[in-house]
Design a protein around this ligand. Structure first.
Ligand code: PLP
Length: 405
């Protein structure tokens, strides 16, 4: 699917055709996105908003058009609900600061899950320390799915927010996010969805999902680095205070009293990444031209094929085997004598054969600790991957395993 649109993919690594299966960490960029960045700096670079001159007006228009595209991508009610940030991590920190300042008090509780990325743990942990609140953790069942029965038991009149990944960046599994939102809402508790691994792979509709907040990163969806999104329902964003102060986010400043700008600018202090937003807009156009459903279907088939091929190998454990996945599969291999082969060693030998995967704790140490392994090997797919990539990966993996016996 449109592999030739991604110039980086045509290169050789260690004299082998590159097989890029590290898409959960970041995706490669199509030429239209690369061109959009060059075009911005070559033709219309100027600081956005308040500029009366032509270039500033062009830059502002492009930035706001990109916001509209993001709103349409996730089916937000309005582009006022789309806040540009630096990435998922920044979005979560911003929400923790803003929501925490306004809504969290001593003794309150926030719920996350055992399989979260550090970005969806540490900001809440820091907030709980500041506010003398408690972080609660949804445990996993034996098959590594979220234990929704246990979640019901964790929800209480002390719970102020639930923040859970839609898709696990380690296991690739799609969490039962609709059920989590429904259960939380029954108790009047808002839900933040970490969509870093789901927005690139699934068709996202925040209104249908009814989540209160959604966070994700442009770079994991063929867009540039340094740009992310914090979506919030307008009724929430209206109530919450700004997380950061500075230019852009104000209506009027005096030493006696400062008043804040309207949504979404209230949350966007300083010069925004308007070149990044424009380039992300082009990435959104690109995936929409191919078709989000077609991409989701293609990646689903690839991930299924990948898992099936891995399952054929002896002495290999696929984590959360058989559970519905989007994009990523994690595994470990064992020597014939049962000793775990360190995932790092597998990753290095795959790299020598031109195959890029990620190894280690994947910024999810509590999950890795729970699995009682030093890390995993993770292969993750994107729209440009093919069954031939999977075959090349499996062939390289077989060789690596043989060498590590
Ligand atoms: N949450 C999840 C589920 C992720 O997979 C990632 C990145 O891998 C993040 C959060 C953090 O994203 P970023 O590093 O783009 O801020």
């Amino acid at each position: 699917m449109n592999r030739e649109d991604f110039p980086i993919l045509s290169q050789q690594v260690h004299n082998r055709a590159l097989v890029y299966l590290d898409n959960a960490a970041t995706t490669q960029k199509p030429q239209v996105v690369i061109d959009a960045i060059a075009e911005a700096y070559s033709h219309w670079n100027a600081n956005v908003h308040r500029g009366v001159h032509h270039l500033s007006q062009v830059a502002t228009q492009k930035h706001e058009e990109a916001r509209e595209k993001v709103a349409q991508l996730i089916h937000a009610q309005s582009s006022e609900e789309i806040i540009f940030t630096k990435g998922t991590t920044d979005s979560l920190n911003m929400l923790a600061r803003s929501f925490g300042d306004a809504m969290l008090h001593e003794g309150d509780e926030i719920i996350v899950s055992q399989l979260e990325h550090h970005s969806n743990i540490v900001p809440w942990q820091m907030l709980c320390e500041r506010k003398k609140a408690t972080l609660r953790v949804i445990p996993l069942r034996e098959d590594l799915s979220l234990d929704t029965e246990a979640f019901k038991g964790l929800l209480s009149d002390k719970t102020r927010l639930v923040s859970v990944a839609h898709v696990s960046n380690v296991l690739g599994i799609v969490n039962p996010i609709e059920e989590i939102i429904r259960l939380a809402h029954e108790k009047g508790v808002p839900v933040c969805v970490d969509g870093a691994q789901s927005v690139p792979h699934l068709v996202m509709d925040v209104q249908q999902l009814d989540c209160d907040f959604l966070v994700f990163s442009a770079h994991k969806m063929y867009g540039p680095t340094g740009l992310g999104i914090l979506y919030g329902k307008k009724e929430w964003l209206d109530q919450l205070p700004p997380a950061e102060g500075g230019g852009e986010m104000i209506e009027h400043v005096s030493f006696e009293k400062t008043t804040y700008n309207v949504l979404p600018y209230k949350f966007e202090a300083g010069t925004p990444n308007y070149v990044g937003s424009h380039a992300f807009g082009k990435a959104i156009d690109y995936v929409q031209e191919i078709g989000l459903e077609q991409i989701a279907e293609h990646e689903h088939e690839l991930a299924k094929y990948l898992e099936a091929q891995l399952a054929l190998l002896p002495n290999l454990r696929v984590y959360a085997a058989g559970l519905p996945k989007a994009g990523a599969v994690s595994f470990n291999v064992y020597r014939e004598d049962g000793v775990l082969i360190h995932p790092f060693d597998v990753g290095v030998l795959l790299d020598r054969q031109g195959v890029a995967v990620r190894t280690g704790h994947h910024c999810a140490e509590p999950l890795i600790e729970y699995l009682q392994v030093p890390g995993t090997v993770r292969a993750s797919v994107a729209l440009y991957n093919t069954p031939e990539d999977i075959d090349a990966f499996i062939a390289a993996l077989k060789k690596a395993i043989m060498m590590l016996q």
